[in-house]
Ligand binder design. Structure first.
Ligand code: SAM
Length: 284
């Protein structure tokens, strides 16, 4: 058995982690934050403008989990915007609007290789995977996390977008800064643990974001979450002290927001995640 098959079974098989547990209890993601949703709502508005504010606009969240991002988005968007969560086992329809994928691709099973052979079954890597490694991970001295499955998953999802904007948010790396040790890891009860394959832990690996971007051949912007959230108007600046006297409750609320933005934009944490923004048939 290859690593990707074991990961597939452990996450999505009958006893798989995502089948039997509530992921939000095991890890914190940006999508759980209402302020993150506020920034995404601004991006959706930009896409809506770029598409000429069509009568119907769909926002499709692939790998929606428990749907927290969409439920935070609902009150921020006009009723004509239709929100559609996609989870394992459901198909993305063909649509016009915005494709969202927050921390989806890191959970797409992948294979690992060393010295031209797959880890686990020791078979030589396929020509397609060898070509991917030559282009995207040429350093032979380390374990390669072959990101081709993520490229294919993203390309298939974006292929459903007739026109609009696609956004993938994830932790990852770029050519020239590939990790020298494997990033495959597990999460359980909010803590990082060794991955286990009995469905009791999440199993995830960082995403080769530049490879994912290139796979679709579409115009791309690849920036950090910190840059993206600043661009979309989340400043994180502390409220002025005089607000504390005029409106103490408002001051406390503003302070809590500033600390949430600080956490979403932390350069050593969520702020270092990548935002891959691609456009189909429109320009932002
Ligand atoms: C880490 S969770 C992210 C949940 C949410 N987007 C967030 O950011 O909090 C990854 C989700 O992707 C889902 N997923 C994995 N492969 C999928 C696929 N092929 N189609 C739809 N959902 C998938 C998993 O079931 C899981 O709920």
């Amino acid at each position: 058995m290859r690593f990707s098959q074991a990961m597939e079974q452990a996450l999505y098989g009958p006893e798989g982690f995502f089948v039997r547990s509530h992921p939000a209890a095991h890890f914190r993601t940006s999508a759980q934050s209402p302020l993150f949703a506020r920034a995404i709502a601004r991006l959706i508005d930009l896409a809506d403008v770029a598409l000429g504010r069509p009568q119907q606009l769909d926002v499709v969240d692939v790998g929606a989990g428990e749907g927290m991002l969409l439920s935070h988005l609902r009150p921020l968007l006009p009723d004509r915007i239709n929100l559609l969560p996609i989870e394992i086992g459901s198909e993305i329809p063909s649509f016009t609007g915005v494709l969202l994928a927050t921390e989806w691709l890191d959970n797409v099973p992948l294979d690992l290789a060393e010295d031209g052979r797959y880890l686990w079954d020791g078979e030589p890597v396929s020509k397609e995977d060898a070509d991917w490694m030559t282009r995207w991970w040429p350093s032979a001295s380390s374990t390669v996390e072959i990101g081709r499955s993520r490229d294919l998953a993203w390309t298939a999802a974006v292929g459903k977008l007739r026109a609009g904007v696609a956004l993938a948010v994830d932790y990852g790396h770029l050519s020239g800064t590939r990790p020298s040790t494997p990033t495959v890891t597990g999460f359980r009860d909010g803590r990082e643990v060794s991955p286990s394959f009995d469905g009791s832990t999440d199993i995830t690996a960082h995403v080769a974001m530049d490879a994912v971007a290139a796979a679709t051949g579409l115009p791309s912007k690849l920036i950090s979450q910190r840059e993206a959230l600043h661009w979309l108007g989340l400043s994180g600046s502390r409220p002025a002290l005089d607000l504390a006297h005029r409106d103490p409750a408002g001051y406390v609320r503003a302070l809590a927001e500033a600390s949430e933005v600080a956490s979403l934009t932390d350069p050593d944490g969520l702020g270092s995640h990548f935002w891959l923004i691609q456009t189909v048939g429109c320009a932002l």
